[in-house]
Design a protein around this ligand. Structure first.
Ligand code: K1U
Ligand code: ZN
Length: 171
């Protein structure tokens, strides 16, 4: 298992920055980072992780939405982008490893098509619904500095952010 990395919490500025695209010159860095991000995600535990959450402002995400009784299905997506989204919406509870112990119902497109590159540089498209669709959108949002609380009313968002600040201060 690769070495894990510390996960950054709100209000770390890198979580609000737009991450830059991964280019050919980043190949070695991304190949080293991806297994460490997967190890960090599994240890947390979580079902996804974006590079800014470990302090790397790069367009790289990892995820595994397989259940605990299923075969693990780790995925690494380089430069992922949503290229199509359904009009139909779905609401589900989301959490975030950068806002530990905070949860809220978030409404997003129910089905999305995501284009990305693999670690080998090949281009792929994936169509997802259910938990995978929510997780892909949540992780791609991280690359643009967007957090799930941004979809909530100002009242709910501020309640969560104040509760988080209090809990982190008490640690
Ligand atoms: O990006 C992150 O902060 C990871 C986040 C992803 C996510 C969760 C829920 C909906 C959309 C995206 C998490 O993994 S929070 C932890 C979590 O959901 C979980 C943890 C253990 C078992 C199952 C789920
Ligand atoms: Zn998150």
């Amino acid at each position: 298992m690769s070495e894990t990395m510390p996960i950054l919490y709100v209000p770390a500025p890198v979580l609000r920055a737009k991450a830059r695209a991964v280019g050919p010159a980043d190949a070695d860095r991304v190949r080293a980072l991806a297994p460490r991000m997967l190890a960090t995600m599994y240890e947390a535990p979580g079902i996804g992780l974006a590079a800014p959450q470990v302090g790397e402002s790069l367009r790289l995400i990892v995820l595994d939405v397989s259940g605990k009784d299923e075969t693990p299905d780790p995925m690494v997506l380089v430069n992922p982008e949503v290229i199509a989204a359904s009009k139909e919406l779905a609401t589900r509870e989301e959490g975030c490893l950068s806002l530990p112990n905070q949860y809220a119902e978030v409404t997003r497109p129910a089905v999305v098509k995501v284009r990305y590159q693999t670690l080998d540089g090949s281009r792929k498209d994936i169509e997802a619904d259910g938990l995978m669709a929510a997780c892909l959108q949540h992780e791609i949002d991280h690359l643009d500095g967007t957090l799930f609380v941004d979809y909530l009313s100002p009242l709910k968002r501020n309640m969560i952010l104040r509760k988080l600040a209090k809990e982190l201060k008490a640690r």
